[in-house]
Structures are given as structure tokens and as C-alpha cells.
Design a protein around this ligand. Structure first.
Ligand SMILES: [Zn+2]
Length: 404
């Protein structure tokens, strides 16, 4: 599509199709479904991805303990590191990606000596040839880079295309050639081209129903939601708090389910920053490393439970997906404003193992849109919500200082 024409089209559509939602005191505008269609990119075009879901159960993880005392000390040191320098741990993960990119180079260089032996040419010539091979390899990468750049720039008509991120899009596409360009743009916008728990931003809308917290976005330790209310004991185990809108919606949902013979019980809802801190660190033990805990538990400040907008229902076992209650929730939760937040096969996006029990309240209208899109909320947010909230990249000094 001609780009200028596309832009004009977009402006016209954006003016005509933007709608305004008011949620919990937060004004934001969001485009309607129409807009998505006009861009010729429908949700159904999003390619399914190969996903590595960690199927290990939380409680099954064990490791041989050879020196508990030393390991305890290591954990204490790890905790201190986490408190002082949250970035460090994540840097360790980077080498994997770098290795992938460099692999082709090494292979080519290794093959050289064989050619040299056959020809029996003087060493000097071989040395001269080596850089050429590397150059050839580099040329291929440069050619690909250029091709991807030209392909990606075609997507600048998308509202969520961020021109400043073009180099990151290109790099990410080079690392993940199988991902569609739309997914590349979306995933980089989420921050997935960097390791989890890096480039952490403090969200500036924690009281909005749309607020996104994940492994890149957090609330501060002093954040407390407004209007927390206890769920009726009929539908909850012990005292369970959600913000008023979410609490009422949850009770309506649980009531509707009960009419169909389905019992919904809220097992875990609001958790303060402090309780999340204790909860998270109590899971990191001598026999269970932090990377494993991270698959199941949010670090303090990064939990949706701290927003007062998340509820864990009925069970903490993945077999919950085989129950009538789960099937009912999948068919009906969005009608009451809830979405399944950590779906199966999306760990590479959400950073969490599949949690059939964890539901996030977004309000009826938004929950329906997210549900129809088939996207995770992380993806939906960076495509259709973040753009309108004009959330700025947070500067270094605003970076989260965890657990200071
Ligand atoms: Zn949960």
C-alpha cells in the first residue's frame, strides 16, 4: 500500500473510529475493531508460534543439596544482589542469543583450513582470504538487515510502529526470522528483545483498570489500590480483597456460575508489595533457584495481584483446565470483565508458566476486545492501549529501585 495514502487513511479512520472509555477515573481512547480491519491486518493473521512451555510443576522442582550452608549464603547474596542491583541477574541470560547469531560465522571460518590444504598454497594467501569469508558472511547479514529494514519500514502506518525502535525491530527479526513482522514489532514494543526484568519502568497509571504490570513494568513499593473490598464469603476462601469494580464483577460472575451448578472460589486476590516480597523470596530456597521461581511468581512490584485486579480461582494446579469451572470461565469470564492472563503456550510473551486459574479484571468492554483478539494482554496493551496513553520511555533516574 502506498505509504502516504495509508497514512491519510489512518488519520481519517483514527478520527472516525476512536472511542473513549472511562475506566476507574482514567481517561483513555482506544481504536475500535474497525480500525484494525482497515489496516488489512486482522487478529486472525497472527501466526501461531512455537512455544516452550515449562511443564515442570512448581512443587516438583528439587535439586540435590550438597552444601546447604553454602547455598543458603548464596541465596542471601543473591537476594542482596537483587535488592541492590536488579539488572545483574538478567545479563547472564544474554549470551544465548549472541551465540545464535555468531554461529554461522564460526562454521565458515572452520571450513577454511580444508580448502587451504587441498590447494597447498602459501600461508600468506590464506591469511588474506580469511577476512573475505568473514566479509561475505557479514555481507549476508548486512543484506538481510537491509531487507528487513525495508520490509519493516512498510509497517510504519501501524499506530504502534515506533520509528525510533526500527534498529531493535531489525535485530529482533534477525534473531527470530520465523516471527511475522507484526509480531516482531509487538514483541519489541513489549520489551521482549531484552531479557525479563531489564529496562524496568514504573507505570504511571497504577489506578487505571488498563494498567499493565509484567516483567518490564512495575508499581512502587508504596502503591496501594483504592477501594479495596472483601468478596462475599460465599465465593471466596477467607478474606479476599479486590477493588470495588472487580469485586462486584467477580461476585456477579460467581453468582452466574452457581446458577449453572459451577462453584467459583477466590483463593488469592490482592497482595500488597510487602506480602508479594515475602511470598516471592520464601519460594527461593536452597533447592529451588530464582529462575524457576520466576516462572510461577512475580517479583515484588510486578504482580497483578498488587493492583487489586487479579483473582486466582479454585485451584493452583494446571489440571484445573480439565474442570467444568475452567470451561465455564473460558466461555464466560470476559462477559464479566475478566480475561485469562497467562494462557497456555504464551510463556515466551508473558514470562509465566500457564496459569488456568489466574484472571485479570479489565472491565467488560476491554475484556471482550482482548478476548476476541486472541492476544495476551501484554500484546494487546502495546498495540492498542499504550499508544493512546502516550506512556513515555522512562528515563534512567525513574528506573525502579527494587526493595530499596
Ligand atoms: Zn494469580
Amino acid at each position: 500500500m502506498n505509504r502516504n495514502a495509508a497514512k491519510i487513511k489512518i488519520i481519517a479512520y483514527s478520527l472516525s473510529t476512536l472511542i473513549t472509555i472511562t475506566t476507574a477515573g482514567c481517561n483513555l481512547t482506544r481504536k475500535s475493531e474497525d480500525f484494525e480491519k482497515k489496516q488489512d491486518i486482522t487478529f486472525s493473521q497472527i501466526e501461531p508460534e512455537v512455544v516452550i512451555d515449562v511443564s515442570v510443576k512448581e512443587e516438583e522442582y528439587t535439586e540435590e543439596i550438597d552444601d546447604p550452608e553454602n547455598k543458603s549464603e548464596e541465596i542471601i547474596e543473591e537476594k542482596e544482589k537483587f535488592i541492590k542491583e536488579p539488572k545483574e541477574e538478567v545479563i547472564e541470560e544474554k549470551p544465548e542469543v549472541i551465540e545464535d547469531i555468531k554461529e554461522p560465522k564460526e562454521e565458515v571460518i572452520e571450513e577454511k583450513p580444508e580448502v587451504v590444504e587441498d590447494i597447498k598454497e602459501p600461508k600468506e594467501e590464506v591469511i588474506e582470504e580469511k577476512p573475505e569469508v568473514v566479509d561475505n558472511n557479514q555481507q549476508i547479514i548486512n543484506a538481510l538487515r537491509s531487507e528487513y529494514y525495508n520490509d519493516l519500514i512498510q509497517y510504519d502506518y501501524l499506530r504502534y510502529f515506533v520509528a525510533e525502535k526500527i534498529e531493535r525491530y531489525v535485530d529482533y527479526k534477525l534473531e527470530h526470522p520465523d516471527k511475522s513482522f507484526i509480531d516482531v514489532i509487538t514483541h519489541v514494543n513489549i520489551g521482549l528483545d531484552k531479557s525479563f526484568y531489564t529496562n524496568i519502568k514504573i507505570i504511571d497509571n497504577p489506578h487505571c483498570l488498563t494498567a499493565l504490570v509484567n516483567k518490564y513494568n512495575a508499581v512502587t513499593e508504596d502503591f496501594v489500590p483504592q477501594n479495596l473490598q472483601a468478596i462475599s464469603s460465599q465465593y471466596a476462601s477467607g478474606t479476599q480483597l479486590l477493588i470495588q469494580f472487580a469485586k462486584e464483577a467477580y461476585e456477579n460472575m460467581a453468582y452466574a456460575a452457581s446458577k449453572e451448578g459451577i462453584k467459583l472460589t477466590a483463593l488469592s486476590t490482592y497482595r500488597s508489595y510487602d506480602s508479594q516480597y515475602k511470598n516471592y523470596w520464601s519460594k527461593v530456597t536452597v533447592s529451588r533457584p530464582q529462575w524457576h521461581v520466576d516462572l510461577f511468581n512475580a517479583r515484588p512490584g510486578h504482580s497483578e495481584h498488587t493492583l487489586g485486579l487479579a483473582v486466582d480461582i479454585n485451584s493452583f494446579d494446571q489440571s484445573f483446565e480439565n474442570t467444568k469451572a475452567f470451561k465455564w470461565l473460558i466461555e464466560n469470564a470476559h462477559k464479566y470483565g475478566f480475561v485469562l492472563r497467562y494462557p497456555k503456550g504464551k510463556s515466551h510473551i508473558t514470562g509465566y508458566n500457564y496459569e488456568p486459574w489466574h484472571y485479570r479484571f479489565l472491565g467488560e468492554e476491554l475484556a471482550k476486545l482482548v478476548n476476541e483478539s486472541g492476544l495476551t494482554y501484554d500484546e494487546y496493551y502495546v498495540r492498542y492501549i499504550k499508544e493512546y496513553e502516550k506512556v513515555k520511555e522512562v528515563t534512567e533516574e525513574k528506573q525502579l529501585v527494587l526493595n530499596k
